[in-house]
Design a protein around this ligand. Structure first.
Ligand SMILES: [Zn+2]
Length: 75
């Protein structure tokens, strides 16, 4: 069985190096913040006077979307 040069794990067909929990948490946070900011940016263009929306729920949706996208891209 070959060994991965990065993490010393078994180099199987689907091998992916495990990420450290701290780095994972950091990346998830970045994705959430990025998603929230992206939604705010889009809404500031689509709805400049915030007539149809308030920021709180949108930030939450954006953050969740960012996390979801992050997970999906790594799946
Ligand atoms: Zn590895």
């Amino acid at each position: 069985m070959a060994t991965c040069p990065h993490c010393k794990g078994h180099l199987t067909e689907q091998h992916r190096c495990p990420r450290s929990p701290g780095r994972r948490a950091f990346e998830t946070t970045v994705a959430a913040v990025g998603g929230g900011l992206a939604v705010l940016l889009v809404m500031s263009i689509v709805d400049p006077h915030a007539a149809i929306s308030s920021d709180g729920p949108l930030l939450l949706v954006g953050a969740l979307a960012g996390i979801g996208l992050d997970r999906w891209l790594r799946a």
